[in-house]
Design a protein around this ligand. Structure first.
Ligand code: HEC
Length: 138
């Protein structure tokens, strides 16, 4: 019994340290890294700051939050925010989308980008039942 418990602990430890940088990302670490975004972005539905609310952003079309004035570049981008487009945008916003008004240099570190995206992916109606329904269609 004691050995089995030990083996489980050792296994869990190995799994925790073996996370490759390109894997899906750690939402807990992403929540910490989100402080770089929070000056401009709220995670609450309908709450826009300098940037639009990022509630339910993963899977949503770019430029569709109500009562937010996007750049023409964003409005007409035809993008949908998935892990890939978010990673490209967040790496170098103004290289990926020339004309965007997001004044943010970008996150160079691949693992940190994946962590932030994993955190954004938790901001979903089905995962946040205490938050009022999101009005934005994907
Ligand atoms: C200095 C302010 C600022 C910071 C910091 C910032 N953003 Fe933005 N963000 C903006 C603005 C302004 C826009 C609108 C861009 C446009 O219309 O071209 C935007 C747009 C976006 C969009 C598109 C949303 C939509 O509705 O299509 C995403 C996604 C995004 N930001 C994610 C992030 C993340 C994640 C971070 C942190 C890693 C971050 N931003 C940091 C200001 C900021």
């Amino acid at each position: 019994m004691r050995n089995a418990t030990l083996a489980t602990l050792v296994c869990a430890g190995l799994l925790a340290t073996a996370r490759p940088a390109s894997a899906d990302g750690d939402p807990e670490a992403g929540r910490d890294a989100f402080h770089r975004c929070a000056a401009c972005h709220s995670i609450k539905p309908r709450q826009n700051k300098v940037g639009p609310s990022l509630y339910n952003v993963v899977g949503r079309r770019a430029g569709v939050v109500d009562n937010y004035r996007y750049s023409d570049a964003m409005q007409n981008s035809g993008l949908t925010w998935d892990r890939e487009t978010l990673s490209l945008y967040l790496e170098h916003p103004r290289d990926f989308l020339p004309g965007t008004k997001m004044a943010f240099a970008g996150i160079e570190d691949e693992a940190e980008r994946q962590d932030v995206i994993a955190y954004l992916a938790t901001l979903k109606p089905e995962l946040t039942p205490d938050v009022p329904m999101d009005p934005y269609k994907p």
